[in-house]
Design a protein around this ligand. Sequence first.
Ligand SMILES: Nc1nc2c(ncn2[C@@H]2O[C@H](COP(=O)(O)OP(=O)(O)OP(=O)(O)O)[C@@H](O)[C@H]2O)c(=O)[nH]1
Ligand SMILES: [Mg+2]
Length: 274
Amino acid sequence: MPSGSVDRDLKVKVLVLGDSGVGKSSFTHLICHNQPTKNAGYTIGCSVEIKLHDFKQGTLEEKTYCVELWDIGATKTHRSSRFVFYNNVSGIILVHDLTNNKSLQNLTKWLNSVLSCDPMNGLSSIKIAPTTGNVTPTPSEDLPPKTSIPLLMVGTKLDNVSESSRANVMTRGKVLCNKFGCDEIHMDTSDSRYVSAGSGNSVKLSRFFDETIEHAKQRRTVTSTTVGSGSPAMIDARQRVFSENRQQHQRISMDPLQRPKRFNFNNSPKVAMD
Ligand SMILES: Nc1nc2c(ncn2[C@@H]2O[C@H](COP(=O)(O)OP(=O)(O)OP(=O)(O)O)[C@@H](O)[C@H]2O)c(=O)[nH]1
Ligand SMILES: [Mg+2]
């Protein structure tokens, strides 16, 4: 459990990505609340939950941070608008359904969609045209990109994988996470024992969140000396509102197609977005 004072100044934004129905919201809820959700359903737009994480636990640098988990709804209707959530990213969790190989294959596309969207997200995934100096997205969506952003792969629905096919399924995932250079965890998101303290999954999660916080700190140093990240002012304004209102386990939903006039932050006063 997090201990000591909480640093609310550092913005640590982690995207949770993957095909619709793979279990992103179920996973996000489990790791933020340490218990399974009772309300799984399609996410419209994006839902943000806060995970309190003890950075570098057991060291002199130990400190608790609020990590924002941006759980991106993957229904096709929002395909063209979800990029609005893809800026200022400090970590990416790629979720796939262990019983659905296509959802594993699609992770490269999900990752590329973020990295090609905002040059600040992963400098090694973009190309600088030599003549103009213009930044262009990487041409192939199928090539695993390289990025300095910490990544974690999560395979869900382990409970539906038969003993006989388990080794095959694990090998497929391992190949991709080797390409990405990241860890992978497997679980049944309806069972909190998969993320219990001291478990292999919890150690990998903790390491991942440590890396995202390191990344956010470095990013803050870089951006404080750089003018303009290319992000739309409207998104920056939204994120400022989130930062100012984030609280432990607070949940925020927004639909990019319907530009919200107000957000209801549970019991807190309503905040005008215009
Ligand atoms: N058996 C099993 N079902 C799961 C698991 N994780 C999620 N589910 C179920 O899968 C369905 C989809 O889960 P969600 O968490 O809503 O999926 P999502 O990725 O957020 O989907 P979108 O919001 O549409 O992008 C729900 O019925 C969950 O109960 C798991 O580990 N095992
Ligand atoms: Mg969802």
